[in-house]
Design a binder for this molecule. Structure first.
Ligand code: AMP
Ligand code: ZN
Ligand code: FE
Ligand code: FE
Length: 281
């Protein structure tokens, strides 16, 4: 079984429509794919409706979070999206991403970069969770940078003067809400330090006490030493270990299925969740 538990669509900052995810998974030889857009479940229905035979969909989300000023991403799977408090938190984050992205565009334009808010909206569309990748796409369209990666290495980097934060709940709160909604939680790319500051092991230990289910150890942004360290930590803390591509379509180099979760771990995640079931055609 080939299982990839982290993929984005145009409901956030991926480039494949939710209706194209199932076919992309099938083309990549996957048996199981999770839809995990940033701070939204907006792609679930279309992704489920368009699943080809032989592909199982895991409904999920990648929730933005901050702990002591450090940005973290938490994957939630198989939860009930109707939970009011959870829906409110996701909505609050999505809403605050708009003035945040506008402020980044204002700063970039003020520094001489060719980009307008209208151009970012054109890249993003009206339904998607807006993020820096859409600003990157506008910069690419204007010929300022060749691709998203170059935009993130430069003007959009976390340490850039044009970077602006947005509202995001504390990780403990997200773990509580998703668990209460019947879901399971996995800390996404905990060691992706090239993107910015990562949290210390004690934060991960706190999350384990708060009931987090697993760590995404096998991720394209983790080098071998990081994977070994995180695998050891997961063992010490009794957490499951997952692997996933963090697929963004044309927005990132890695293809679907670039990293995988083993079938026993997948079965354990499904067994521990009660808010939603996996979807098959
Ligand atoms: P934001 O949530 O608006 O702060 O933007 C972060 C998003 O940008 C995450 O989805 C990342 O996957 C994406 N991202 C981070 N670094 C890169 C990169 N080098 N190339 C493309 N996308 C990136
Ligand atoms: Zn993303
Ligand atoms: Fe992420
Ligand atoms: Fe992601």
């Amino acid at each position: 079984m080939r299982i990839d538990l982290h993929a984005h669509t145009t409901a956030s900052d991926g480039t494949d429509a939710p209706a194209a995810l199932g076919a992309a998974a099938r083309a990549a030889g996957l048996d199981v794919v999770a839809i995990t857009d940033h701070d939204t479940v907006g792609g679930w229905t279309e992704a489920a409706r368009t699943l080809p035979p032989g592909v199982t969909l895991v409904p999920g989300v990648e929730v933005s979070s901050t702990a002591g000023g450090v940005s973290m991403h938490l994957l939630g799977y198989l939860f009930d999206p109707g939970d009011d408090e959870l829906a409110n938190e996701l909505g609050r984050t999505r809403d605050d991403r708009v003035p945040r992205a506008r402020e980044m565009v204002t700063r970039l334009a003020g520094a001489g970069y060719a980009v307008t808010w209208e151009q970012v909206l054109t890249q993003c569309g009206s339904e998607a969770t807006v993020g820096r990748p859409h600003i990157a796409d506008a910069l690419v369209a204007n010929g300022v940078v060749p691709d998203r990666s170059a935009a993130f290495a430069g003007p959009l980097h976390n340490s850039s003067p044009h970077y602006v934060r947005h509202y995001a709940p504390e990780p403990r709160r997200i773990v509580e809400l998703i668990t209460r909604a019947g879901g399971v939680t996995v800390f996404a790319h905990p060691g992706a330090h090239r993107r910015g500051v990562t949290v210390d092991d004690d934060v991960i230990a706190d999350l384990a006490r708060a009931g987090i289910t697993g760590l995404e150890v096998d991720h394209p942004d983790h080098e071998p030493a990081t994977r070994n360290r995180l695998r050891g930590l997961a063992g010490e803390l009794g957490l499951l270990v997952t692997g996933a591509s963090d697929y963004h379509g044309r927005g990132k180099p890695q293809p679907l299925g670039a990293e995988l979760t083993d079938p026993e771990t997948y079965a354990e995640l499904v067994a521990r969740a009660s808010g939603r079931t996996v979807v098959t055609a």
